[in-house]
Design a protein around this ligand. Structure first.
Ligand code: SF4
Length: 256
């Protein structure tokens, strides 16, 4: 699946801008900060710091992927964003509008918008507040690293699904910081992963097994991405399913 991305559950990764603020225990070991701030000194992380928009040549890539997709007979997944958060309230709203226009103009791609700020999505896609509608070719996801985050945010994600009608919803339970018991309101796609890198917090494999079983019980697709520290995935956990996108509604991006 991963072609131009090292992330196993997507074909491409696209970053419209770089920079963010930590908002969750899942952010504690943010690799984007470790790379872009600490290592390269390219963008300072945190509240009040400038986000950096990526180059025009980078913004041209999705159009290329979109053009190539029919010839390749695939509808690639594009993960957005690995070095930022699309729904960060410190990002210039005009950048988000540009991003949604780009998404709307690349209908052969399935855009995966993963956020740790799921509570911002409805207001940032509300036309009554002069915001752009969420384009129809997206899957919308929330990082839910433990039971507390799952209990707090799963209904916010369900509300986004009801109002915005994405192709599917998903939860990134990575880094998995504790057991997560699913319920009937679980998103369509459950991605599970342990933390990697220095000081990685341990994920008990049993948490992942229980999550896999919960996804099966509620008929959700399950994708086991990695164990803690990228240790080999036990055979019984090597389940890598993908969601079935709902049929696209007509494009709803007013700018496309
Ligand atoms: S939301 Fe993502 S990019 Fe932003 S600080 Fe947290 S882990 Fe890093």
């Amino acid at each position: 699946m991963a072609e131009n991305s090292k992330i196993e559950w997507t074909t491409h990764t696209f970053n419209p801008w770089i920079g963010c603020t930590k908002v969750s225990p899942a952010c504690d070991h943010c690799y984007a900060e470790a790379m872009m701030d600490t290592r390269y000194g390219r963008v300072r992380w945190g509240a009040g710091e400038d986000r950096q928009r990526t180059s025009a040549s980078n913004w041209a890539l999705p159009r290329r992927w979109n053009k190539a997709a029919p010839m390749e007979g695939i509808r690639p997944f594009v993960f957005c964003a690995s070095l930022a958060d699309v729904f960060d309230n410190e990002v210039d709203p005009a950048w988000r509008r540009d991003l949604f226009t780009l998404i709307g103009q690349t209908p052969n791609l399935v855009w995966l918008l993963l956020t740790k700020r799921i509570g911002n999505v409805l207001k940032m896609t509300d036309p009554a507040a002069c915001n752009p509608l969420l384009p129809s070719n997206v899957g919308i996801g929330a990082t839910l690293a433990n039971q507390e985050e799952y209990d707090r945010d799963r209904m916010k994600l369900a509300d986004v699904a009801r109002v915005c009608q994405p192709l599917f919803t998903f939860a990134s339970i990575e880094p998995m910081l504790g057991p997560v018991i699913l319920d009937k309101n679980a998103p369509d796609w459950i991605i599970c992963g342990g933390e990697s890198g220095r000081g990685a917090r341990e994920m008990d494999p049993q948490w992942a097994r229980d999550l896999r079983d919960g996804a099966r019980r509620f008929g959700r697709a399950f994708f086991m991405k990695q164990m803690t520290g990228k240790k080999p995935i036990p055979d019984d956990l090597l389940v890598r399913q993908f969601p079935t996108p709902r049929v696209s509604s007509p494009d709803r991006s007013g700018d496309a």
